[in-house]
Write a protein that binds this ligand. Sequence first.
Ligand SMILES: Nc1ncnc2c1ncn2[C@@H]1O[C@H](COP(=O)(O)OP(=O)(O)O)[C@@H](O)[C@H]1O
Ligand SMILES: [Mg+2]
Length: 320
Amino acid sequence: MSSLLAVRELYVKVADRVLVDGVSVTVGAAESVGLVGESGSGKSLTIKAAMRLLPRGLKASGEIVFDGQDVLTSSRKELARYRAGDVGLIHQDPRAHINPSRTIGQFVTEGVVDTGQMTAAQAREAACALMRDVGIGDAERRMHQYPHQLSGGLLQRVMIVAALLPGPRLIFADEPTTALDVTVQSEVMAILLEQIQDQGRSLLFVTHDLDLAAAVTDRLAVMYAGTIVETGRSEELCARPLHPYTAGLLRSRPSTTQVRRLEAIPGRPIAAYEVGTGCPFSGRCAFTEDRCRIERPARRELEGREVACHRAEELRECVS
Ligand SMILES: Nc1ncnc2c1ncn2[C@@H]1O[C@H](COP(=O)(O)OP(=O)(O)O)[C@@H](O)[C@H]1O
Ligand SMILES: [Mg+2]
């Protein structure tokens, strides 16, 4: 499958501190890919870099190509078109990303109107139709309301509408349900997936929840300390992890089918700039040997997947 989005050897740095350490990930047309890792592993920065929305002071290098367009070297005009039409972004916390003094209608329609994709009237009509599709009743009235008048779940649906209205080919969803009440999480997730799959859009789904990611994506990339340690088809990766970190994540999550003790991964996650010369996971890994502490494992192919572990072959029978 040719890639719609290709991120190659992405580095994000602040001064000389590395925050994202050589991430490569691709998303094909109509494909859903999950970027999974603990908090601080660099997932959000990867997405922000892919949209050229990094906070001031952070610098990205490497290559980000969307349908042939080099995002990191795009002009202001190309970038505006890319952000407003090609890709859409759904944040973790909708309230932190919406202007409280503007109405829902203004928020949802401003992008497509500003870029000339739709007239204000067309945008309102399309927005109302999409609101009904995502289960927002009384769309006309909602358009005149302010963010504080909507619940978190409803506001995240509004975010989904805003992201989808321009008809983007790729949606970046950064923990889109993490900040919501558990009762509405699965509802919002289902609505998002339906909208993406029905329209054949691509998805880059960021989450700390490996089970959720596996359930909704075709492929997974597991991140640790700013780098990708393992990639593979979602079901294969979960059934048979090749990297000890992936195996640890799988053992540390509650099972709905088995009663067993949860095993937390010992130690704490580290940031990319805290990694020494060796394997980023060596300080927490039960299988670490001298080589792992000294030499950084390159990502390489194994069983049609990719893994960055010196001992992947010898460990594959015992990590999972
Ligand atoms: N604006 C920033 N300035 C400096 N460090 C940052 C900034 N944003 C994020 N970081 C650091 O970069 C690392 C990755 O952050 P992030 O991508 O937000 O992680 P994740 O989304 O996986 O939880 C973390 O160590 C975080 O503290
Ligand atoms: Mg994040």
